[in-house]
Design a binder for this molecule. Structure first.
Ligand SMILES: Cc1ncc(COP(=O)(O)O)c(C=O)c1O
Length: 377
């Protein structure tokens, strides 16, 4: 968000800036979803709703989990919040005590450690290198667990790496988790629909149904339906946790916007054509961008299974005036007008994240500028 703001500021000064730092789709929200929102307004559905979601939306989420993930939840096991972010924060807020530990495989989304620290608990960052595809292995998980471990955070496909966990990867983690029955697991599946080359998305509660009672399967409409501004996230989980989250919302945000909930209902239960269209577009951009980055001397990029990020290694070009990935992205923005995010923000120094949720012409130009910039170092 800070890089995106800096890019905005430079643009306001008249600079030609290509912003590839933000994590949102460049597509508009599909029209039928907007129409459902307009209808909700026209029908007067503009009042407070049940704190953690209208029953109609909860039903649609139950159906979604069954249809797409083979997960049987009841409406009492569903939470709807004002965005995916509050789902995660609220779940942590109602369960974490000071000194509890949360295992966070890194590179990780910036907000996980921030939320845990904000709640007075301890983020336990577990570095997962490119050799393991930036994925947490069973051995690394076992080594990170202590008697204070309360949660494991899993994000697949991942922001920032785009790496996703296969059925086998998750089954291996499940073996470890069975040995530690008190650990809760948060599966952040918000990029579920953005997977490429036939990769089969799956989630822990589907792979290991015996663990479902301590898994919070979190998702949302932000990334799948280009609805970042609508602020609707949701989750399925054990009813004791869902009840506590609703209680917390009752004293903080209250319900997510009523109009957005009706729009989300249409997103989940109406036409799903947009998902295939967006996936096809991102798949082509991913191929082009990863190829372009790998053709630049000194940069290397793993081909990600999903999300809309290319996460590349820039360590070979560091040195001299650029001591770190942050220096790299700052100089790239100032010299060449391309806004990316330094890996340090994701606990992965030496790497850089590029979002390819952007116009292909801009992506081509950004890669050309990146090439010229690297040559100048
Ligand atoms: C991994 C991950 N989880 C959750 C979210 C939160 O999504 P929302 O915009 O619905 O709060 C994001 C958004 O960037 C994300 O990247």
């Amino acid at each position: 968000m800070a890089m995106t703001q800096l890019a905005r500021d430079l643009r306001a000064q008249g600079r030609d800036i290509i912003g590839l730092s933000s994590g949102e789709s460049d597509f508009d929200t599909p029209a039928h979803i907007g129409d459902a929102a307009a209808k909700a307004i026209a029908d007067g559905k503009t009042r407070y709703t049940a704190v953690d979601g209208i029953p109609e939306l909860k039903e649609a989420i139950v159906e979604k989990f069954q249809r797409e993930n083979g997960l049987p939840y009841s409406t009492a096991e569903i939470n709807v919040s004002p965005g995916g972010k509050p789902v995660i924060f609220n779940a942590l807020a109602v369960t974490l005590n000071p000194s509890d530990e949360v295992i966070i495989p890194a590179p990780c989304w910036v907000s996980y450690p921030g939320m845990v620290s904000l709640l007075g608990a301890k983020p336990v960052i577990v570095p997962c290198g490119v050799d393991s595809g930036f994925r947490l292995t069973a051995e690394a998980l076992e080594a990170a667990i202590t008697p204070k471990t309360k949660w494991l955070m899993l994000n697949s496909p991942s922001n920032p790496t785009g790496s996703a966990y296969s059925r086998e990867d998750l089954a291996a983690l499940a073996v470890v988790l069975r040995r530690h029955p008190d650990i809760l697991v948060l599966c952040d599946d918000i990029y579920e629909h953005l997977v490429y080359d036939g990769f089969q998305f799956t989630t822990l509660a589907s792979v290991a149904p015996d663990l479902k009672g301590r898994v919070l399967t979190m998702n949302g409409v932000s990334k799948a339906y280009a609805m970042t501004g609508w602020r609707i996230g949701y989750a399925g989980g054990p009813d004791w946790l869902i009840k506590a989250m609703a209680k917390y919302m009752g004293q903080t945000t209250s319900n997510p916007a009523s109009i957005s909930q009706w729009a989300a209902l249409e997103a989940l239960s109406g036409s799903q054509d947009f998902i295939a269209k967006a996936r096809k577009a991102y798949a082509a951009r991913r191929k082009d961008v990863v190829k372009a980055i790998n053709s630049i001397d000194g940069l290397s990029c793993r081909e990600p299974e999903g999300a809309f990020y290319a996460f590349f290694d820039c360590r070979e070009v560091l040195g001299g005036r650029l001591a770190s990935d942050t220096d790299f992205t700052t100089a790239l923005l100032e010299d060449s007008g391309v806004a990316l995010v330094p890996g340090s923000a994701f606990h992965a120094p030496g790497f850089v994240r590029l979002s390819y949720a952007a116009d292909p012409k801009l992506l081509k130009e950004a890669c050309a500028r990146l090439n010229t910039f690297c040559k100048s170092l």
